[in-house]
Each structure stands twice: as C-alpha cells, then as structure tokens.
Design a protein around this ligand. Structure first.
Ligand SMILES: *[C@@H]1O[C@H](CO)[C@@H](O)[C@H](O)[C@H]1NC(C)=O
Ligand SMILES: *[C@@H]1O[C@H](CO)[C@@H](O)[C@H](O)[C@H]1NC(C)=O
Ligand SMILES: *[C@@H]1O[C@H](CO)[C@@H](O)[C@H](O)[C@H]1NC(C)=O
Ligand SMILES: *[C@@H]1O[C@H](CO)[C@@H](O)[C@H](O)[C@H]1NC(C)=O
Ligand SMILES: *[C@@H]1O[C@H](CO)[C@@H](O)[C@H](O)[C@H]1NC(C)=O
Ligand SMILES: *[C@@H]1O[C@H](CO)[C@@H](O)[C@H](O)[C@H]1NC(C)=O
Ligand SMILES: *[C@@H]1O[C@H](CO)[C@@H](O)[C@H](O)[C@H]1NC(C)=O
Length: 359
C-alpha cells in the first residue's frame, strides 16, 4: 500500500482507544454487548432451515451481540486513480453491501480500514462497516460461519471448529506472552531476565522483591475482578500450590488483565515449570494505567501482552521466553486446561483474512 495512504489511516486510527483480541482456547468467557435492535440481515435466514422468526432473531441476536458501532462512515481518504473501476460503477453500486467486520483493537482497525478504502473508495462497492468487540467467542467462528458478516480482516485462528474461506495471511502474526521492561532484560546478563530460568534464581527474584509493589484492584463495588475460578483466580490472584503467605517474598507477580485472556495458560505454566510466580489480574480498566506507570517508574515487572498491540509498540519492552518444547503436555492441557500443567510458551498465531464461505 501507498505510504501516504497508510499514514492517513494511522492518523485516523490512532485517536481510537485500544482494546485487544481475546485469544482464549477453551471454556472462554463470553463477553457480549446489548444488541443494536435496528440490525437486520436478510440472508441470515438461510442458516437454520427449521427456524421460526423467534429462533432466527435469537440466533442473530447472539451472533451480533457484541456489535459496537453499525454502519460507520469516514471522510473519503483515497483520492488517487481508481484504476479503471469507475467504469464499472453501475455494476459495483448495484450489489448488496459487503458486511465488513472490524474488531475493536488497533491492528484489526488498520487492516479493516484499508479493505474499506479499497473495496469502497477504489472499487466502488457498497460497504456496511461495523465495529464489534470481537475476540474468541464472537469472531472466531459462528458469526462468520453463519454469514452474519462477510469479511473479517484479522482472524486469530484457534481450535474452534467452524467454516470460512481463508484468504491467507494478512501479513503479520500474533503472539501473546509475558513481557518485561527492556532495561531489566539488559540490566544483568548473568540473570537473563528475558528467559524463564530467572525464576529459578533467588538473586533474580530478589530484584523484584526490592522494588515491587502489589496494588490491589477491585471492581468499583469492592468485589474482586475475578475469584472462585477452579484452580485459577481467587480474590484477583493465582497462587501455585507451594506458595504460602510466609514465602510470598520468594514469588514474582505476573500482571494480567482478566482470566478470559489466554485462559489457564500461565496458571498451568507456573505449575508445569514449577516456577515461583503468582498471577494478579488487574482488569481491563486498570491494567494499562498500572503497568504503564510501572514502566515509567522503572519498576521491575512482568506483565501479559501480545503482538501486534499498540502497548507493546509504544513501550520499550521485551518478550520473556518460555520453553518451546513441551514433552506432550500441550495436548493434555488443550483437552483439560484446568488440571493439566503445561510446559510450553504460547504459540505464534498466523492471522488470516477470511470471508463467509458462501459469499
Ligand atoms: C434450528 O434452530 C433450532 C432452534 O435453535 C435448533 O433446534 C435446530 O437444531 C436448528 N436447525 C439447524 C438445521 O441448525
Ligand atoms: C427463519 O429461517 C427460516 C429458515 O431459513 C426461514 O425459512 C424463515 O423465513 C425465517 N424467518 C424469518 C421471519 O426470517
Ligand atoms: C482530492 O481531490 C480534490 C479534487 O481533485 C482536491 O481538491 C483535494 O485537495 C484532494 N485531496 C487530497 C487529500 O489529496
Ligand atoms: C450507468 O447507467 C446509466 C443509466 O443506465 C448510464 O447512463 C451510464 O452511462 C452508466 N454508466 C457507466 C459507467 O456504465
Ligand atoms: C530501550 O531500552 C534500552 C535499555 O534501557 C535502551 O538501550 C534502548 O535504547 C531503548 N530503545 C528505545 C527504542 O528506546
Ligand atoms: C521458591 O519458593 C519456595 C517457597 O515456596 C522457596 O523455598 C524457594 O527457595 C523459592 N525459589 C526461589 C528460586 O526463590
Ligand atoms: C481478598 O484480598 C484482600 C486484599 O488482600 C483481603 O483484604 C481480603 O480479605 C481477601 N478476601 C478474601 C475472601 O480472601
């Protein structure tokens, strides 16, 4: 793409807040927003051959439940040659709108907006441009499989068995993980803070003890962000079995968002590697302030993030490496994440652009 074009898009998009893909493998939390009642898709009726109108509406409501903004319009951006597409205006304009899904995080917004300019402004097709919260339960499957949307430009593949037409990599990959500030990674090579074995070194753990702080974050009503999750978050925190209040100073806190992100991966990784770490969930509203402040203050910290994300892009941080081979633990963990330790880092995800199979 033309640099100037991309710069304009970046300017447009940079003002939007970031939210993030929920890469959840199994038993993922379902996050839904209220349905926009004006939303009707005629072709949806083809997805259930026995449905009455109530059934159709209910299924559709579920599929569209995280719609944030319908029918978005942007000032025209592309002003250059339409490469001959203007000659086909009568053809392109007669088509039904392309139902374009944009998910509410920056890299998806960028890729989707480029599609919107190309399909709409250059080629001249009507485009119904919609923003969804997106993420695992909504994006990665049923909505696209049903044809409730036609195109998704940033599909994070997981093991969900759904059908779509895959148009190949969008050009970048996704990977979640734990991060540390780069200055910490470079502070003492003998401690290797960018490698998981630092958790086995009391001297390295001590680095966190001396400057660490443990903010407690609750919901406005005082209840924990998360609690009561079997072998997971209790009162905002996960402690492995060998942790005790008396030995807490021997443990490094991993700052996390909420348990719907990479669910059970780090809980079971702590167990699997036997490392002295705990997890504290800060919630989507506070995570970025708290971790951002820690980075500003040069506080040693370990926190959950992923690429591509604007947080990793604008902060000087380094991904912490965990083992890349797992002696077969991953498969067990995928089947039973609550009870199976894992030894392996999170995998890289090939992010693809996809469309409704019958479009
Ligand atoms: C149609 O929807 C009904 C009600 O949800 C469901 O029981 C039925 O299995 C669906 N049929 C098909 C073919 O999906
Ligand atoms: C619901 O779906 C069925 C099956 O596709 C279709 O025959 C029916 O017309 C739909 N009902 C409404 C009210 O759209
Ligand atoms: C777009 O084209 C119009 C008319 O040709 C011109 O006035 C305007 O400056 C152009 N805008 C951009 C951003 O290039
Ligand atoms: C589009 O259709 C109109 C009306 O039939 C016709 O006058 C016009 O030439 C057509 N434009 C193109 C680009 O084919
Ligand atoms: C990132 O931090 C390291 C260590 O403090 C420093 O050497 C490097 O210049 C920083 N990079 C950027 C792009 O600021
Ligand atoms: C890990 O914590 C245990 C106490 O639960 C402690 O005995 C051990 O020394 C700690 N290991 C390191 C590397 O700090
Ligand atoms: C939850 O954590 C807070 C802060 O550490 C503590 O005051 C409270 O007693 C804990 N509640 C439960 C039920 O453990």
């Amino acid at each position: 793409m033309m640099l100037q074009h991309i710069t304009l898009l970046l300017l447009l998009l940079v003002v939007q807040t970031y939210q993030h893909p929920q890469e959840v493998y199994l038993n993922g939390a379902i996050k839904r927003q209220p349905l926009s009642s004006k939303y009707i898709i005629n072709k949806f009726s083809s997805t259930n051959s026995s449905g009455d109108s109530t059934t159709n509406a209910t299924i559709l409501a579920n599929l569209m439940g995280d719609l944030l903004i319908d029918n978005m319009k942007f000032p025209r951006c592309w002003n250059g040659s339409r490469k001959g597409w203007e000659k086909f205006a009568n053809y392109t304009q007669s088509k039904r709108p392309i139902l374009l899904e944009q998910d509410a995080w920056d890299s998806a917004r960028l890729a989707t907006n480029i599609f919107y300019r190309l399909a709409g402004e250059v080629m001249g097709f009507p485009v119904r441009y919609m923003e969804f919260t997106g993420g695992y339960d909504n994006v990665l499957g049923p909505r696209l499989q049903a044809g409730a949307v036609d195109v998704v430009m940033e599909m994070w593949i997981t093991g969900i068995p759904v059908t779509w037409f895959d148009h190949g990599s969008v050009g970048y990959q996704g990977r979640s993980g734990m991060y540390i500030p780069t200055w910490l990674a470079q502070s003492d090579v003998t401690l290797a803070f960018d490698f998981w074995r630092f958790f086995q070194n009391p001297k390295a753990i001590n680095t966190f003890k001396t400057k660490s702080w443990k903010p407690i974050v609750n919901n406005p009503d005082g209840t924990p962000i998360c609690t009561g999750i079997l072998k997971g978050c209790q009162n905002n925190t996960y402690h492995p079995a060998w942790w005790t209040p008396e030995t807490d100073q021997n443990f490094v806190t991993m700052w996390h968002i909420d348990p719907s992100w990479s669910q059970y991966h780090y809980e079971r990784l702590i167990d699997g590697l036997g490392i002295n770490a705990t997890i504290t969930w800060l919630g989507g509203n506070n995570f970025y302030n708290i971790v951002g402040q820690a980075l500003k203050n040069n506080t040693p910290c370990v926190f959950y993030q992923w690429k591509p994300s604007s947080f990793v892009a604008v902060n000087n941080v380094t991904r912490l490496m965990f083992p890349d081979s797992d002696n077969g633990l991953t498969l067990k963990w995928l089947i039973d994440p609550v009870n199976s330790p894992i030894g392996q880092d999170e995998a890289t995800t090939i992010i693809t652009k996809v469309k409704y199979l019958n479009y």
